[in-house]
Design a protein around this ligand. Structure first.
Ligand code: KG4
Ligand code: ZN
Length: 462
């Protein structure tokens, strides 16, 4: 979630191909280059004119627009010379209404997003009917914005991809019913998207990463470790047995009343904890990481949350302040909870790497760990994971922060990945339903636990 609160943004990423597409024929939505802009285009244009003139009875006097339409039918695209597949991605699984258009090569033609963070911060958490109403109010505008920033007409889309699982039922429903109407109107294929699959594959948009790779997804709603063997081929190694780390950090931030802190009032809970932790001393509180004896890759954060709750209560007594006021030790508590969270995530991830290497599921010399989800934008946690990847000769990769949190780009990119792989492209949308709960891949977490791999101690000097 961007720190800007309940706000909207739209942008076109300045990719060469997008910047090159300058002036569209008015109202057509088609990008058209000036004649003579480049010798290659000039020749292409003139050859097309010739071919068109020779195509008896098709066009009497071909306009530039007709020429370009003709070119595009042969995959020749003015400005890029090739017409790539284009996917519109729509995301409404939680509290962000987001849309984007992405092409086959990973160029983001345009995106738009409306974040509900500010509203939910005020109510102390997401109230599903409120989220639903805000999605309803914004979805049409956001999709329209993403398309217009992209300077494409909807008819040029190859498919529409939308998150249908997992997530808040009421939120998923808004995105799905809007998308199905659009699919019906435009007669385009529909690609249903698993939100976590999209988070996991985002790295392939920004980096050249081959399958298989390991992924740690950590956000407000999810916490899992999986081996990604293909676009829709996942082995689940471990997951949170209770709440997700982002949820825990949000609860701690709320309990510390960080919304009243002048420096944190517009930040999500996790971001506020990271910000405040920089001013604190983690050694003032000794909070043990959970599940130290369980030799698996599962996680747990609710015990940690209760321990911190108790600590806060005790400190409030000591400092003689009421619940709702900010403790003088808030920064120290933030530093301690962040450190314990980082250690817990690092330990389980370390075991997952060792398990995968032991079973030859990952390359011995060139293994990649991808970390994504809102919590992955935390630099302290990234450093802890870097200690693990350095010790195991792995490469740590994280998408840029704005692609770690929920966005439309990852959904559109997942659509492109599925189009390329020919997986899950629906031409008939009858019976498509959203699924609030949906596991990712094949769960082998029991097998991981049975392997009982002992993880060597690492010094977490961050
Ligand atoms: O991926 P995301 O946007 O939404 C889902 O939960 O799917 O993640 C949002 C979560 C929130 O819990 C937020 O507190 C957390 O990510 N978060 C952070 C940071 N920024 C956002 N947690 C720790 N450090 C951060 N810098
Ligand atoms: Zn997410």
């Amino acid at each position: 979630m961007p720190p800007s609160g309940n706000s909207s943004r739209s942008r076109s990423r300045g990719t060469d191909s997008v910047d090159d597409i300058t002036s569209g024929a008015p109202g057509s939505g088609f990008p058209v280059l000036e004649e003579g802009q480049s010798p290659v285009l000039e020749i292409t244009y003139r050859v097309s004119m010739l071919i068109l003139n020779k195509t008896a009875g098709v066009f009497s006097k071909p306009s530039k627009r007709k020429v370009y339409e003709f070119l595009r039918s042969f995959n020749i695209y003015p400005g890029t010379l090739f017409l790539h597949k284009l996917v519109l991605g729509i995301e409404t699984s939680c509290d962000d209404t987001a849309a984007a258009v992405v092409d086959e090569t990973g160029n983001v033609l345009g995106e738009a997003m409306h974040s509900q963070t500010e509203v939910h911060l005020k109510t102390g958490g997401i109230i599903p009917p409120v989220a639903q109403q805000l999605h309803r109010e914004n979805i049409q505008r956001i999709v329209q914005e993403a398309l217009s920033v992209s300077r494409i007409s909807p008819s040029e889309l190859s498919a529409i991809a939308t998150t249908i699982k997992p997530g808040l039922a009421l939120s998923l429903g808004v995105g799905l019913s809007f998308s199905l109407q659009l699919v019906d109107q435009l007669k385009k294929p529909f690609i249903p998207i698993h939100h976590m699959e999209a988070h996991a594959l985002t790295i392939r948009l920004t980096n050249k990463v081959e399958f298989p790779f390991l992924v740690l997804l950590i956000s407000g709603g999810h916490c899992l470790l999986a081996l990604v063997r293909g676009v829709s081929d996942f082995l689940l190694l471990g997951k949170s047995l209770d709440i997700a780390p982002g949820d825990m950090l949000d609860k701690v931030a709320r309990r510390l009343s960080l919304i009243r802190h002048p420096e944190c009032s517009t930040m999500s809970g996790g971001k506020a904890i990271e910000h405040l932790a920089k001013q604190g001393n983690r050694f003032h509180f000794d909070i043990k990481p959970p599940m130290q004896r369980a030799k698996n890759c599962d996680f747990s954060f609710s015990g940690l949350q209760h321990v911190i709750d108790k600590t806060i209560m005790q400190k409030e007594k000591e400092e003689g302040i009421e619940k709702g006021q900010i403790l003088s030790s808030a920064a120290d508590i933030a530093a301690a909870v962040q450190h314990t969270t980082a250690c817990h995530l690092a330990k389980r991830t370390h075991r997952a790497i060792l398990f995968c290497k032991q079973r030859n599921l990952l390359s011995q010399s060139n293994a990649v760990l991808v970390v994504s989800g809102g919590v992955a934008s935390n630099l302290y946690i990234r450093k802890a994971l870097e200690i693990v990847t350095n010790a195991t000769q792995c490469t740590l990769l994280c998408p840029p922060p704005r692609l770690c949190t929920d966005n439309g780009i990852m959904i559109a990119w997942n659509g492109i990945e599925r189009l390329r792989a020919g997986l899950g492209i629906l031409h008939n949308i009858e019976g498509v339903r959203y699924e609030p709960k949906c596991p990712l891949g094949v769960d082998i977490s029991k097998e991981v636990g049975e392997a009982a791999i002992k993880v060597p101690r690492l010094k977490m000097k961050i």
